[in-house]
Design a protein around this ligand. Structure first.
Ligand code: FNR
Length: 362
């Protein structure tokens, strides 16, 4: 009798493997999305509606898919998106993911709310990178995703600490999370827990949002606020375009990318504010309800702010599930593509080997 296994042939197959592996709470954390799931499902549906215009009778013996990400060659036209609290997905979460990133020669982003410290992740990165370069493999870059805490001093300290740890390739400021999205599956889970414990609704926490946990491996804080507001002191809801000036001063000349641009108007503002790149993203459908997919935003920019495409690097993420989706984004003018859940699911089911297989299998 052969035991039941999930055959992982396509990147999307790791989802079922992760679901079969993870404890329910971790599965919910990884897979949940805002409200009815419209933003989440829209991401996947929109990319699946695009078809190619195949031209024939061209020499395609040699195919080159590499790109440049903020000045560095990348073997692959996609990178690993930042995802917080990987410790709830795999015991060595960020460490395993970093090893896989370097091993595959992919670039990747470290989240502000990682389960491991920046220093621990950077140490793994540098060790793995040395090993990889001694075998002649292409270099990965590890980039930093920043959530701004409410407290200004803490923000400054965070940026300084990240630079000191050696993670200074580029700063990706997430701008789509001034408040936390209403993660429906988390809310059902909490309602169920409350029911089981015989508690009144006022006594339970909102989505125990692990993405906003403080940097440095601290356990996620649980707030008493109902309605998905992050606990006080964690996420700044006051950040505006003006803040980019002090962030730039603190960060220095290296690239800044805004993660979570969702309109052509904001793409134009980003250009005016001197950043090097924008990431069109609705946070994998976890934040705003009825948000546009990155594809829709990209099409809007092509129509109403085409000048942006020549002047900024334009990244997209959300719902890209195979090599064909990546190619669609590149054909429409994206510099490269972020991939989130498929790599997280591969990590959940098979650790670093799963991620490596997921990267190179497509
Ligand atoms: C995320 N995302 C995210 N983004 C960010 O800027 N900081 C973070 O800490 C996290 N954490 C996080 C956790 C989990 C479990 C998920 C699934 C996502 C959003 C992520 O970077 C990216 O925008 C989306 O995941 C892309 O969509 P797909 O590829 O997951 O569909």
């Amino acid at each position: 009798q052969v035991p039941h296994v999930t055959l992982c042939v396509r990147a999307s197959d790791f989802e079922a493997a992760a679901k079969a592996t993870l404890p329910n709470k971790s599965w919910i954390y990884a897979s949940s999305s805002a409200n009815s799931g419209q933003s989440f499902q829209g991401n996947i549906d929109d990319w699946s509606r695009v078809t190619f215009r195949p031209r024939v009778l061209r020499n395609v013996e040699e195919v080159e898919v590499g790109t440049r990400i903020l000045g560095n060659a990348s073997r692959l036209p996609f990178y690993c998106s930042p995802m917080g609290s990987m410790g709830s997905i795999h015991p060595d979460g960020e460490i395993e993911m970093t090893r896989a990133i370097v091993q595959t020669g992919m670039h990747g982003l470290m989240s502000t709310s990682s389960s491991k410290t920046t220093e621990q992740i950077m140490e793994t990165y540098l060790t793995e990178q040395e090993r990889r370069s001694s075998t002649g493999g292409t270099a990965s870059k590890l980039m930093f995703q920043l959530y701004l805490p409410t407290d200004h001093q803490r923000s400054l300290e965070l940026i300084r600490r990240v630079k000191k740890a050696g993670c200074f390739h580029s700063l990706w400021l997430t701008i789509d999370t001034p408040v936390l999205g209403k993660r429906t599956a988390d809310r059902y889970q909490q309602a169920q827990e409350a029911l089981n414990a015989g508690l009144a609704e006022e006594d339970i926490s909102p989505a125990a949002e692990q993405e906003v946990a403080s940097q440095g491996g601290a356990p996620p804080k649980v707030s008493k606020d109902i309605g998905g507001r992050p606990p006080p002191g964690q996420l700044s809801a006051r950040t505006t375009w003006e803040d980019l000036a002090w962030i730039r001063r603190e960060w220095g000349d290296r690239p800044i990318v805004l993660k979570g641009i969702q309109t052509a108007d904001d793409a134009r503002l980003a250009l005016q504010h001197g950043v090097q790149g924008i990431l069109l993203s609705n946070h994998g459908g976890r934040q705003m309800h009825a948000a546009p997919s990155a594809l829709m935003t990209l099409l809007e920019i092509r129509t109403y702010a085409p000048e942006v495409l020549g002047k900024l690097e334009v990244y997209v993420d959300g719902g890209l599930r195979d090599g064909a989706d990546v190619l669609k984004a590149l054909c429409l003018g994206a510099t490269a593509v972020g991939v989130g859940r498929p790599f997280l699911y591969a990590l959940a089911a098979y650790g670093r080997r799963g991620v490596e297989r997921c990267v190179d299998g497509e």
